[in-house]
Ligand binder design. Structure first.
Ligand SMILES: Cc1cc2nc3c(=O)[nH]c(=O)nc-3n(C[C@H](O)[C@H](O)[C@H](O)COP(=O)(O)OP(=O)(O)OC[C@H]3O[C@@H](n4cnc5c(N)ncnc54)[C@H](O)[C@@H]3O)c2cc1C
Ligand SMILES: NC(=O)c1ccc[n+]([C@@H]2O[C@H](COP(=O)([O-])OP(=O)(O)OC[C@H]3O[C@@H](n4cnc5c(N)ncnc54)[C@H](OP(=O)(O)O)[C@@H]3O)[C@@H](O)[C@H]2O)c1
Length: 419
């Protein structure tokens, strides 16, 4: 019986490749009209805006067996990212196994696996399903009391900065999206305010002329405990970049490698130039004005919420993915406690993962499906142990943050044990 992969973004493509290379029959579907996931600019699943360049450099981002062209810049544009994924799919002959323009609307159990019902009303039974549906599709929008007379939008709908022309803009949220959009807005808006809540660490794109994330994933530094790595690299950043508080931003309450940092060399410069004014979180809307938690008020034309995304699995009823507070609690972010033929790919957040990290997940799923009964039994004990424990606080608020150096080691060790 065939396996189904839901999604043909970087994780789904890697899953199709890993299954085919392991001799496991597989087909994939994607609701968008083409492969590429997030990187299909303008697609319904994509939150990529026109100015998006990778924040991870091309070496750490690329699949390990398919480097990006040497002539490309260190941080490629989103159009190059899509081209790269298309080249990857063509190189490994993945396209015949993928059907685009077709979504899975419902999955139900059909022994020994799952029945997938598609958007076009057809259905098919599968031995197992790799869920690679991405987790940056469903906007997380805070509920703000009051009425606002201006325009409100989420970053998911943001594409080009002409939208800001002549407007008093308030960007809410200090993730990588918020930072990129603040920089876009500075060049077009009449004025830019930035409402921030928790603090974060800022990493420049380049250090000593090299991409800042090169070399950090392997070598000696990657073998140090996370806290020590964070302290050493944090001290370097403090010297090169300075502290966020020096730019009027909140002091981060977490260590450098406890959350995905901000990778942006421009936004601090704009703060320092006075192009952007920082505000605390919004308390309420009041007609043409926004009222902040400290009582300050500003008249604003456009509020853009760059407040992140929620992971959702609308095609599976709750239960089989072992949701805790709405987020699957899985072994290695992949395997649910019940051996039910569902495997989640790409549900990871953290610096350094790239598409190579997503490919390692796919290879582990394939290795599991090919493993001997004794190796599977050992693996199931590890799954039961992880999922029997409460989710660790170090998984972050998203519930799926990983420290990639340690996570990669765990994936490689699990694979070695299965083979
Ligand atoms: C602006 C922006 C910049 C980013 N920059 C980086 C970066 O520099 N480096 C990095 O590593 N990551 C970056 N990311 C994260 C990005 O999500 C990953 O690079 C990568 O796209 C994740 O791959 P994925 O396949 O898991 O999910 P996605 O790329 O989101 O693909 C999921 C696919 O599943 C499909 N799908 C969903 N539900 C269904 C369904 N029911 N039926 C059929 N198909 C379905 C969707 O249509 C989509 O094509 C960025 C994200 C954004 C938004
Ligand atoms: N150029 C790139 O390559 C690029 C660009 C964008 C995004 N990405 C990636 O895409 C993923 C999603 O990033 P994201 O920035 O969209 O989401 P995110 O990382 O979840 O960040 C959301 C931000 O919104 C803040 N926030 C939430 N509610 C708020 C409120 N009511 N008031 C003020 N702030 C609020 C959060 O603050 P708290 O910290 O307090 O919760 C956080 O700073 C990440 O992996 C990111 O690295 C990459």
């Amino acid at each position: 019986m065939t396996f189904l992969v839901i999604g043909a973004g970087p994780s789904g493509l890697a899953a199709v490749k890993a299954f085919r290379q392991s001799g496991l029959p597989v087909e994939a579907v994607d609701r968008q009209p083409d492969i590429g996931g997030q990187w299909l600019y303008g697609g319904e699943a994509s939150a990529v805006y026109a100015s998006t360049h990778l924040i991870s450099s091309k070496g750490p981002t690329a699949y390990e067996d398919f480097p990006m062209p040497a002539a490309w810049p260190a941080y490629p544009h989103h159009a190059q990212a899509l081209q790269y994924l298309r080249d990857y799919a063509a190189h490994f002959d993945l396209l015949p196994a993928i059907r685009c323009g077709l979504g899975v609307r419902l999955m139900t159990r059909a022994a020994p696996g799952w029945r997938a019902e598609f958007d076009d009303g057809t259905a098919r039974d599968y031995r197992g399903v790799v869920i690679a549906n991405g987790h940056l599709t469903e906007p997380a929008m805070p509920a703000i009391p009051g009425r606002f007379d201006g325009q409100v939008m989420h970053a998911k709908a943001y594409r080009t900065p002409d939208l800001f022309a002549g407007k008093r803009v308030l960007v809410v949220g200090m993730g990588n999206t918020g930072c990129d959009i603040v920089v876009d807005a500075v060049h077009h808006a009449r004025s830019v305010l930035w409402s921030v809540r928790g603090g974060n660490h800022f990493v420049p794109k380049f250090l000593a002329g090299r991409p800042a994330d090169e070399g950090g994933r392997r070598g000696l530094a990657s073998r140090l405990p996370r806290r020590w790595r964070g302290r050493i690299h944090g001290a370097v950043l403090g010297f090169v970049v300075g502290r966020p508080e020096q730019f009027g931003l909140p002091r981060p309450a977490h260590g450098l490698y406890d959350r995905t940092p901000i990778v942006n060399s421009l936004v601090l410069q704009h703060l320092g130039q006075g192009d952007v004014a920082v505000r605390v979180p919004i308390r309420e809307f009041d007609g043409a004005e926004v009222v902040f938690a400290d009582g300050r008020r500003d008249a604003v034309d456009l509020v853009l919420f760059a407040t992140g995304y929620r992971a959702t699995f609308p095609f599976v009823a709750p239960g089989p993915l072992n949701e805790v507070d709405g987020v699957p609690h899985l072994h290695l972010n992949i395997f649910p406690p019940e051996d039910n033929g569902l495997y989640v790919a790409g549900l990871i957040e953290g610096a350094g993962i790239g598409w190579g990290g997503r490919a390692l997940q796919a290879e582990l799923i394939a290795a599991y499906l090919k493993a001997s009964p004794a190796a599977v039994a050992r693996f199931r004990r590890a799954v039961a142990e992880t999922c029997g424990r409460p989710r660790a606080a170090e998984r972050g608020e998203s519930g799926f943050f990983v420290d990639y150096a340690a996570y990669r080691r765990d994936l490689v060790a699990a694979m070695a044990d299965l083979r």
